[in-house]
Design a protein around this ligand. Structure first.
Ligand code: ATP
Ligand code: ZN
Length: 286
């Protein structure tokens, strides 16, 4: 009997929606009633397990799940027998040291002998060890940012994305300890069949993510500009050029990267391009 890969995703929280969306964009369809603990995929040999994100590394180590989607911060903190397979580009955040606004913090030496509240004791310990700082780590599981105001700690090490939560709690961010994003982690002892399924999934995720950062571009241009326009548009190979019915004009098709997109559009207009259409790409296989 052929095997199924068991994919663990967060049951509810910041990673949940995008994890499920990514799997669906990879063509894996399943019902996701959030009350359920697991769902069977209809068209891919996979079973989706909905778990607390913090528990996923342990479940993978225990071979209850084969792979999972979690924050890199949790992957590093848990120190389980898991491998980081792929960074996914969403749930970007950082783990930072923050201290009360009124403090004059010049360097990490300020932390010497202080009490730091965090949900990430291992990561904080590594950070302090690297800097040769001795400080007390106080582990708390939630609402870390209120610890200084209630006298529980002098500083915190917590997840930050915009910093607004820190500000409303009278704290300022003073140092970044770790940058994080959602990642795929996997058991380091997958059998060959499951390993092949993981590779197939990674291939699909890359195709989906590549497509998201590129656009399909169509434009009309006078034949005299085709050379110059081709220079601006590297495309996947070279652009497709097709004659228009109107004498002396062609239609050009190419793929452009989102990052240099606006820059390219203005150059194309200068070179006489007209009727520019930009179309999202669903999947892109390089
Ligand atoms: P709980 O386990 O109680 O649901 P949690 O903090 O572990 O709480 P979430 O808040 O859903 O769970 O966060 C899950 C992951 O999302 C974090 O481990 C981190 O990688 C990422 N994350 C957390 N906060 C942010 C944020 N503000 N912006 C972007 N990503 C974040
Ligand atoms: Zn959690």
């Amino acid at each position: 009997m052929s095997q199924k890969i068991r994919i663990a995703v967060q049951k509810s929280g910041r990673l949940q929606e995008q994890s499920v969306k990514l799997l669906k964009e990879c063509g894996i369809s399943f019902g996701n009633g959030s009350s359920k603990l697991k769902a069977e995929a209809d068209n891919f040999p996979a079973e989706i397990l909905f778990l607390r994100d913090d528990d996923i590394p342990q479940y993978i180590e225990d071979n209850v799940a084969d792979i999972g989607i979690i924050g890199e911060n949790v992957f590093i903190e848990k120190q389980k027998q898991n491998e980081l397979v792929l960074r996914l580009g969403f749930a970007k955040c950082r783990l930072s040291i923050a201290v009360p606004k009124s403090e004059e913090y010049k360097s990490s030496d300020w932390l010497k002998g202080k009490k730091i509240a965090t949900s990430y004791p291992i990561i904080v310990k590594n950070y302090l060890d690297q800097k040769n700082i001795t400080a007390e780590i106080h582990e708390i599981s939630g609402s870390v940012e209120i610890a200084p105001s209630i006298g529980l700690a002098d500083a915190v090490c917590d997840i930050v994305s915009t910093g607004s939560t820190l500000l409303t709690n009278g704290l300022k961010e003073v140092d970044t300890v770790l940058k994080s994003e959602a990642v795929i982690i996997a058991s380091n002892n997958l059998n060959s069949e499951k390993y092949a399924l993981l590779q197939e999934l990674v291939f699909r995720i890359n195709a989906v993510n590549e497509a998201k950062s590129n656009k399909y571009l169509l434009l009309n241009a006078p034949n005299s500009s085709i050379e110059a326009i081709t220079e601006v548009l590297p495309g996947m190979k070279s652009p497709t050029v097709m004659p228009l019915k109107e004498e002396g004009w062609s239609s050009l098709h190419s793929v452009v990267n989102e990052n240099d997109f606006w820059n390219q559009i203005s150059k194309l207009k200068e070179l006489g391009a007209q009727g520019i259409l930009v179309i999202p790409i669903e999947k892109m296989i390089l």
